[in-house]
Design a protein around this ligand. Structure first.
Ligand code: UDX
Ligand code: ADP
Length: 458
C-alpha cells in the first residue's frame, strides 16, 4: 500500500468522510487524527462519538484495515502527503467580527503544525467551511519557509447533511474541488479527483478556482437556509389567512424552476452550518463594503429567530397567556431527525424561552439527551430528561414537537392524551402529526402555518 491520506479533525465531517473514502478506496491507507483523545478513543470503540445511520457498518468494515484513528498528529503529518483538514471553524466569540466572522484559530494552528512537521511536499485540502480567500492565508503560512518543501492548498467543501451523511457521500449531487490554475495546482487537483472518481461519475466532479469553491459552499448553505426562512415567513401569513402552508409549498414547489425540496415550514432551522455560514457571508460582505448585500442575507437569520419566538408566543397565547408552573414536553431535541446533534437546535431556544416563562420542561429524544443536558446545563430552569416519550408526556399540559423523528408520527396519542393535564395542547413545530386525528382525541392542535384545531369557542 503506497497511497496514504491524512485527515486532521475527527468530527462530524472528518470521521464519516474518511470512512467513506476508506471503503471506496481499499488501496489507500487513511489516518484520522484529533487533538481530543476521548474522541479518538470513541472512534476506536463500538460506541462511535457521533450517531449517523450507516456509519457503524462503514467503520466496522474499514477500521484496522485501511482506516486508523490516532492522536499522533505530528507523526501523521510526517507520514502523509495528502492532508485533509476538517477542524472546527466556529463563529468568533471575541474581538473584531465577534458573533459573525469565522474563528480561524484552529485552522491556523493546524497550518502551523503541518509546516513544523512536514519533511516533504504536501497537498493540503480545506474540508472545513471557510471564508473566501482563507486558502490564500494558508498558502502564505505554509510557504513561509524556504526549506525546499512546497504546499498546494485546495478547497474541497463538504456538502453532506447530517442524518443522511452516508447516503449523501455515496451519491453526491456534486463534488467540488477548487485549485490554483497552475501546473502544480492542477496536479494536486488531479490527485484528489482520482480519489473521488472511484465511485462518483466524472461529470459530477466539478473543478473551479479556489475562491469560487470556498464561496460556493457558503452560498449553497445560504440559499438552502433562505428557502426555509422564506417558507417560514409564509407560514406566518397562512396562520392569519386560513391558507395552509403545506398546500402552498406543494403548489409553489411543483414549478420546476422552484423545485419541491426544502420547503417544509418549521419551528426554525438549526444545525452547525446554516447560521454560522450566513453570518460568515454577511461579515465578508460588510468587510467589502457591500452593506445592502449583507443586510439582505442577515434577514435570513433574523427571520429564523422570529419564527422561533413566534412559536413561543403561539404557545403562550393559546395557553391562556401564562406558562408559569405548566409542564411542557418537548418531543425531540436534535436539530433534525436521525442525528444526536443539537448544535443551534431550535429546541435550545424554545427550552430557554419556556424556562424564562417559568414553565417546567420535560425533554425527550431518542439520540440527543446527552447533548441536551450539556446545552441546558448553564440555563436557569427546571428541565427533566426522559427517553420514553410516554413517560415524558405524563402529567404535561402540552406537547411541542421539535424534531421530525419518525417515532413521533406513530405514538399512541390516545394513551398520551389520557395521561396529560387537560385541556391538553399540541404545538407541532414540524407539521408531522395527524392533526385531525389528534384533535378528535381531544387535543387542541396548533400546527405551523395552518389554522389551529381547538375545542374552544373563538
Ligand atoms: C446543511 C446542508 O444541507 C449541507 O449541505 C451542509 O453540508 C451542512 O449544512 P445539515 O445542517 O446537516 O446540512 O442539515 P439540513 O438537512 O440542511 O437541515 C438544516 C436545518 O433546516 C434543520 O434544522 C432542518 O430541520 C431544517 N429544515 C430543513 C427545515 O426546517 N425545513 C426544510 O424544508 C428543510
Ligand atoms: P465539524 O462538524 O466541522 O466536523 P467538529 O467540531 O465536529 O466539526 O469537529 C472538529 C474536530 O477538530 C474536533 O474533534 C476537534 O477536536 C478537532 N480539532 C480542532 N483543532 C485541531 C487540531 N489543531 N488538530 C487536530 N484536531 C483538531
Amino acid at each position: 500500500m503506497n497511497k496514504t491520506i491524512l485527515c486532521i479533525g475527527a468530527g462530524y465531517v472528518g470521521g464519516p468522510t474518511m470512512a467513506m473514502i476508506a471503503s471506496k478506496c481499499p488501496d489507500y491507507r487513511i489516518t484520522v487524527v484529533d487533538i481530543n483523545p476521548q474522541r479518538i478513543a470513541a472512534w476506536n470503540s463500538d460506541d462511535l462519538p457521533i450517531y449517523e445511520p450507516g456509519l457503524d457498518d462503514l467503520v466496522r468494515e474499514t477500521r484496522g484495515k485501511n482506516l486508523f484513528f490516532s492522536t499522533d498528529v505530528e507523526g501523521a503529518i510526517r507520514d502523509n502527503d495528502i492532508i485533509f483538514v476538517s477542524v472546527n471553524t466556529p463563529t468568533k466569540t471575541f474581538g473584531a467580527g465577534a458573533g459573525m466572522a469565522a474563528d480561524l484559530q484552529y485552522w491556523e494552528k493546524t497550518a502551523r503544525q503541518i509546516l513544523e512537521n512536514a519533511q516533504s511536499s504536501k497537498i493540503v485540502i480545506e474540508k472545513s467551511t471557510l471564508p473566501v480567500r482563507t486558502a490564500l492565508a494558508m498558502e502564505r503560512i505554509l510557504n513561509s519557509q524556504a526549506n525546499g518543501i512546497s504546499f498546494d492548498v485546495l478547497s474541497n467543501p463538504e456538502f453532506l447533511a447530517e442524518g443522511s451523511a452516508i447516503w449523501d457521500m455515496e451519491n453526491p449531487d456534486r463534488v467540488l474541488i477548487g485549485s490554483r490554475e497552475t501546473d502544480r495546482g492542477r496536479q494536486a487537483r488531479n490527485a484528489i479527483l482520482e480519489i473521488y472518481a472511484r465511485w462518483i461519475p466524472r461529470e459530477r466532479i466539478l473543478t473551479t478556482n479556489i475562491w469560487s469553491s470556498e464561496l460556493s459552499k457558503l452560498v449553497a448553505n445560504a440559499f438552502l437556509a433562505q428557502r426555509i426562512s422564506s417558507i417560514n415567513t409564509i407560514s406566518a401569513l397562512c396562520e392569519k389567512t386560513e391558507a395552509d402552508v403545506a398546500e402552498v409549498a406543494r403548489a409553489v414547489g411543483m414549478d420546476s424552476r422552484i423545485g419541491a425540496k426544502f420547503l417544509n415550514a418549521s419551528v426554525g432551522f438549526g444545525g452547525s452550518c446554516f447560521k454560522k455560514d450566513i453570518l460568515n457571508l454577511v461579515y465578508l460582505c460588510r468587510f467589502y463594503g457591500l452593506e445592502e448585500v449583507a443586510d439582505y442575507w442577515e434577514r435570513v437569520v433574523g427571520i429564523n429567530v422570529y419564527q422561533q419566538e413566534r412559536f413561543i408566543m403561539s404557545m403562550l397565547t393559546a395557553m391562556f397567556n401564562t406558562l408559569a408552573g405548566k409542564r411542557i414536553c418537548l418531543l425531540g431535541f436534535a436539530f433534525k431527525a436521525n442525528t444526536g446533534d443539537t448544535r443551534e437546535s431550535p429546541a435550545i431556544f424554545i427550552a430557554r424561552r419556556l424556562a424564562e416563562e417559568h414553565a417546567e420542561v420535560v425533554i425527550s429524544d431518542p439520540k440527543a439527551l446527552g447533548n441536551a443536558r450539556l446545552d441546558l446545563a448553564k440555563i436557569d430552569g427546571v428541565f427533566h430528561y426522559r427517553e420514553d416519550p410516554y413517560e415524558a408526556a405524563k402529567g404535561c399540559h402540552a406537547l411541542a414537537v421539535m424534531t421530525e423523528w419518525d417515532l413521533y408520527r406513530s405514538l399512541d396519542y390516545e394513551k398520551i392524551y389520557e395521561q396529560m393535564d387537560k385541556p391538553a395542547f399540541i404545538f407541532d413545530g414540524r407539521n408531522i402529526l395527524d392533526h385531525k386525528r389528534c384533535f378528535e382525541i381531544g387535543f387542541n392542535v396548533y400546527p405551523i402555518g395552518k389554522p389551529p384545531l381547538t375545542h374552544f369557542e373563538v
